[in-house]
Design a protein around this ligand. Structure first.
Ligand code: SF4
Length: 306
C-alpha cells in the first residue's frame, strides 16, 4: 500500500483492509473483485491482485502458513527479492538483506560506487555488500535504518550531510559531490501517447468511467476516453464508445509520464447513447473519485472554460 502513497493516507485504509481480510485464509477466499474494491483509491491494483494471488498460493501450497525465510518467501507469486528480504528480516529476524532505491542512493554515495541507479553491476555489488552488512542481532532494525537513512537524510536532492551520522566516513561527502552519486541515468526518449476525452455533465455530475485493472492508470477513474499513437487513432478509439463534437475541442492538456509524453484533447459529447443516458451510476462527483493524474488535470482545466 505504501508504494507511491504516503503513510498518513495509507494508515486508515490498512486497518480497514485488515478488518475485511483478517487472515491469509480470508484473503484467499475473497473474490478478486472484492479485494480490488477494498483497494479502491490506492491505485496500482496489480498489488491488490498479487496480494490475493500470494494468499491463494500460501493456502494451496504451504498449508496456510507464511514462510519465514527470504528464499521461501520469494517462491510466492508477487513477492520479489526486496519484499522477501523485508518480510524475513523485519517480521522473522532473518539476516536477509534488502536493496531499494533509498539503499542504492545511500550506499552508492557512501562507498562512491560507479553506475546509475538501475545499473545491474551496481545493484549486484549492493546486494553482495548488504548481505554482509545485515549480519548481526537485529537485521530488521538494520534494514529499516538503512532505508530510513536514504529516505530522510541521504535524500536525492540536497542530502542533509550536516546532520548525517556517517558523514565522517562517506566517500561522496569527502569528494564534495554527494549528488553526483549514483550517476544520472541517460535520458530515454519518451514516446508520445494521444488521448481523446469526452466531456458530458448533467445534474447528476460528470460522466466518469473506471479504467481497466491492467495497464496505465489501472482501476482509476477518468472521462470516457480513447487512446492511440496519433490523435486520429485516439479519436477512432473513442468513437467506439461515444460520438463527440470534433469540430471544436474544449481544451488540450499535456502531461508527462516517465516514458511517455501525453497529449489529451477534451471534446464535448455528441448524442449520449440511450443505455448510458439512463445509467446513473456512471456519474460521480469528479474530484471525489480516485482519478488518474491526467484526468484530474483535464477536468480542472476544462472547468475553467465552461
Ligand atoms: Fe549521504 Fe551526505 Fe550522509 Fe554521505 S554524508 S551518506 S552523502 S547524507
Amino acid at each position: 500500500m505504501l508504494q507511491q502513497t504516503q503513510v498518513k493516507t495509507v494508515l486508515p485504509r490498512y486497518h480497514q483492509f485488515l478488518d475485511e481480510f483478517p487472515s491469509v485464509e480470508d484473503l484467499a477466499a475473497a473474490s478478486e473483485e472484492s479485494v480490488c474494491e477494498a483497494w479502491a483509491g490506492l491505485g496500482y491494483y496489480r498489488r491488490a491482485r498479487n496480494l490475493r494471488r500470494g494468499a491463494c498460493y500460501v493456502m494451496e501450497n504451504l498449508g496456510g502458513v507464511i514462510p519465514s525465510t527470504a528464499s521461501e518467501l520469494e517462491a510466492i507469486p508477487g513477492i520479489g527479492r526486496y519484499t522477501a528480504g523485508a518480510i524475513a528480516s523485519i517480521a522473522f529476524g532473518e539476516e536477509a538483506p534488502l536493496v531499494d532505491g533509498n539503499v542504492v542512493r545511500f550506499l552508492a554515495r557512501y562507498f562512491v560506487l560507479p553506475g546509475d541507479k538501475e545499473d545491474k553491476t551496481l545493484k549486484k555489488t549492493l546486494w553482495a555488500t548488504t548481505t554482509e552488512m545485515v549480519k548481526g542481532k537485529q537485521p530488521g532494525d538494520f534494514n529499516q535504518a538503512l532505508m530510513e537513512q536514504g529516505a530522510t537524510v541521504c535524500k536525492p536532492v540536497a542530502p542533509r550531510c550536516g546532520e548525517c551520522c556517517v558523514q565522517r566516513d562517506c566517500g561522496a561527502y569527502e569528494k564534495g559531490a554527494p549528488e553526483a552519486y549514483p550517476a544520472p541515468r541517460p535520458s530515454a526518449k519518451r514516446k508520445s501517447l494521444f488521448i481523446a476525452f469526452a466531456w458530458h455533465e448533467n445534474k447528476s455530475g460528470l460522466w466518469l468511467e473506471q479504467r481497466g485493472l491492467d495497464g496505465l492508470w489501472s482501476g482509476l477513474w477518468e472521462l470516457p476516453s480513447g487512446q492511440g499513437d496519433t490523435m486520429e487513432e485516439a479519436m477512432a478509439d473513442l468513437a467506439k464508445k461515444v460520438s463527440v463534437d470534433a469540430s471544436e475541442p474544449l481544451m488540450t492538456v499535456r502531461h508527462i509520464l516517465t516514458h511517455r509524453n501525453v497529449e489529451a484533447v477534451i471534446y464535448s459529447l455528441g448524442k449520449l447513447p440511450r443505455s448510458r443516458a439512463s445509467s446513473g451510476k456512471r456519474y460521480r462527483l469528479p474530484l471525489e473519485a480516485p482519478l488518474s493524474g491526467l484526468a484530474r488535470k483535464a477536468i480542472l482545466a476544462t472547468q475553467t472554460v465552461l
